[in-house]
Design a protein around this ligand. Structure first.
Ligand SMILES: Nc1nc2c(ncn2[C@@H]2O[C@H](COP(=O)(O)OP(=O)(O)O)[C@@H](O)[C@H]2O)c(=O)[nH]1
Ligand SMILES: [Mg+2]
Length: 199
């Protein structure tokens, strides 16, 4: 069975753990706040093929550069870069993050780092401070037809679609996705950022 390592990156509070929980167990908790990194292994049918997905829900926003470097150089991994549509700073962070991702590895001809851009909390439309158009533009800038979805871990909107799109990108980016990722646990606290900030 083919295995895919998926790493979810993004600022604290954007919904990385909630997206993972929605995808893994199809549920949502308002008070779900795990502050530790965790890995979830699951089997899913994607494009009529049973695949094994190992999803790393990252955590810890300060002083975790060594961890981030480890994630970013994990060979063959695919990345969900997540922001929340009502947290402008979380959107702005992703430009730099994507740049570091591309720099973190040596890519062969025709290879690229598989990425999907996720604007989470789409159910909070009344608090939106990142437009769909500018997010689409960011995804275009990432290259390789980077897919973009506005998701809601709360309602489940576009969660399956986003993971499916990432697996397709991973298949396109390189033929080899059999590597397994060794689980490592940390207990770093995340920074609490909230509210919109204007630029
Ligand atoms: N309304 C809404 N709240 C969400 C959504 N996703 C996460 N949350 C909430 O936002 C907070 C932070 O989510 P969490 O998954 O812990 O974010 P993480 O720090 O990126 O892992 C929690 O209170 C979640 O219940 C969403 O799609 N919609
Ligand atoms: Mg979390």
């Amino acid at each position: 069975m083919t295995s895919f390592n998926i790493i979810i990156l993004g600022d604290g509070g954007v919904g990385k753990s909630s997206i993972t929980l929605r995808f893994y167990e199809d549920r949502f908790e308002d008070e779900y706040h795990p502050t530790v990194e965790d890995a979830f292994t699951m089997e899913k049918v994607i494009d009529r093929e049973v695949v094994r997905l190992e999803v790393i829900d990252t955590a810890g926003q300060e002083g975790f550069h060594h961890l981030r470097e480890m994630y970013m150089s994990t060979e063959g991994a695919g990345y969900m870069l997540a922001y929340a549509i009502n947290l402008r700073d979380s959107f702005l962070s992703l430009t730099e993050l994507h740049k570091s991702l591309s720099e973190a590895r040596n890519l062969g001809v025709g290879q690229f780092v598989p990425v999907v851009l996720i604007g989470n909390k789409s159910d909070r439309a009344e608090q939106r401070c990142v437009s769909t158009a500018e997010a689409m533009q960011l995804a275009r800038g990432f290259g390789n037809d980077c897919p973009f979805f506005e998701t809601s871990a709360k309602t489940g909107a576009n969660i399956e679609e986003a993971f499916t799109a990432l697996v397709r990108q991973m298949k396109k980016s390189s033929p080899i996705h059999q590597k397994s990722f060794s689980k490592s646990k940390t207990s770093k606290k995340k920074a609490g950022k909230s509210g919109c900030s204007l630029i």
